[in-house]
Ligand binder design. Structure first.
Ligand code: IPE
Ligand code: IPE
Ligand code: MG
Length: 237
């Protein structure tokens, strides 16, 4: 049964989870942090090497002011309380996205978390914050241009914020919507897509295993024919 090394997740559905309970949306985001903690452990236990999560998109600034500030407070609190336990369990953390719009305090928190966990090797957790797939492509193009290199796919990949890891094998979106919402547009060219109806706070180990079971059923052809893929897996076995 084939297992993904790199899973990317659009953690969607926190607001609806809260609304179902007559709670403020930010209570859903708080529960979302719990769900992420559980998901990191579960991925680690299943041998996943890289987990890349969408925590805040470049479009999420357009939400009501109180929700945006609630999310920024939650980020500050997660940096203060979640990083140390993650570090102790061997998680390496990186923050991917445009840092120019977050506060200096948050930027310092990102740098501290990254420095503290830099030597960890159990699992890599990429947290996409103020991230947009189009922004990523543009910033990579700008850096390729500035370096004077030719515009090749390789040069672009080497300048995307995910240059340190291979592309996601599996992209999971929770919350029932079937769209990409400006997530890893370049990197998900050949990722397997799995959509879960579970709201992110409800996305537990069983839901992860269901997504992994779907992934295991897929045949990744990368443009080839099914016959070609099957004969090369037979040869490799
Ligand atoms: C995802 O949950 C978290 C963020 C976008 C920050 P939502 O807040 O989008 O939850 P729904 O989609 O409104 O339920
Ligand atoms: C995508 O969810 C962004 C994150 C999960 C951080 P949204 O809830 O913002 O996506 P849309 O707006 O419904 O497409
Ligand atoms: Mg949403």
């Amino acid at each position: 049964m084939s297992k993904p090394e790199h899973i990317a997740i659009v953690m969607d559905g926190n607001g609806r989870w809260a609304r179902q309970r007559y709670l403020p949306r930010v209570a859903g985001h708080r529960q979302g942090v719990e769900s992420l903690r559980r998901c990191v452990r579960a991925c680690e236990a299943r041998g996943v090497k890289v987990l890349t999560v969408f925590a805040f998109s470049s479009e999420n600034w357009n939400r009501p002011q109180d929700e945006v500030s609630g999310l920024m407070d939650l980020l500050a609190s997660a940096l203060a309380h979640e990083v140390k336990p993650l570090h102790e369990s061997g998680v390496k953390i990186l923050f991917l996205g445009d840092r120019s719009r977050v506060s200096q305090r948050v930027r310092d928190g990102f740098a501290q978390a990254e420095n503290l966990t830099t030597g960890n090797t159990k699992i890599l957790l990429n947290v996409c914050f103020n991230y947009g797939g189009r922004w990523d492509i543009v910033q990579a193009a700008q850096r390729v241009a500035a370096s004077g290199q030719a515009f090749t796919e390789q040069a672009m990949s080497a300048h995307m914020v995910t240059a340190h890891c291979a592309d996601p094998d599996l992209l999971i979106r929770t919350g029932g919507e079937m769209r990409i919402s400006n997530y890893l547009l370049w990197q998900c060219a050949y990722s397997e897509l799995v959509f879960s109806d579970k709201l992110w706070p409800d996305f537990d180990e069983a839901a992860l295993d269901a997504a992994l079971a779907q992934y295991a059923q897929r045949e990744r052809r990368f443009g080839k024919t099914s016959e070609q893929v099957r004969s090369s897996t037979l040869q490799a076995a």
